[in-house]
Design a protein around this ligand. Sequence first.
Ligand SMILES: [Zn+2]
Length: 161
Amino acid sequence: MDRWWYIDFEGYHFNHRFWVKEIALLDNYALNCYNYFVQNPYLIPNLPRNETTLVQYQRHRLKWRFGNHGWLGVIAQIKKTVTCDKVFMKGLEKYLFLQKWIPNLIELHDLPSFKHLNNCLHQTCYLRHRWCAKRKVHELQYAQATKEENEDKVSVIFLNL
Ligand SMILES: [Zn+2]
């Protein structure tokens, strides 16, 4: 049986890079889900306070000093989990950042934006925030699975014409 993964993260973006606070990984069967909260880097104890970082906080509600895993440990764990499987994600900027860390990463182009993916609102992590990486990997898995189902239905209809 084929296996692949969906990945997404939430965090801050400043100094021309992402600082991940929450990252989630889900397999294509929606059976295995891994959700990590990432510590702020030791060398940046305080979040730069400006309008951009405030807007970012208001979106995901993840405090800078929140988290219980180091970034490198999380990446090692994710690599161990996905091995050589394909890993799908959405968003070019995030993709460009994450591809340096995760092999076989593929950007999904043909799904609606996350604003319009609202089928898995019950799948948030215990923080129950709307912009939750865990919810978003479920949204990706659900959207992709239903898309495949619809494509199958369409081909069955055409076969019967
Ligand atoms: Zn969350």
